[in-house]
Write a new protein. Sequence first.
Length: 105
Amino acid sequence: MEFPSEVVLRPGEESKISLLGAGSVGYVWMVHAEGPERVVSFRIGPSAPLQHVEPGSIPIAGSIGQTLTLHGLAPGRVKLHLELRRPWESDRPPRIAHTLEIRVI
């Protein structure tokens, strides 16, 4: 999986980045922002709608892809440190780690 190293936004503009989904094996994306607040907002959510499973039926196995949604708020720079890890394995390195530079111009 390749990530951009930098995303440039204008205030009010939005950008989406696809992330690997590995929730079925316990991995979650953790994000730490470094820099001033109120430059960019972000959220991670499923890339596709969750499917309703009827009682008694068998759900489709596997993980759902995730999407990082960025929204430019005000001019500035922020670094987002992304890690795909199992929350209970804090003593082990993340499966994926990436730093993303966000510039809002």
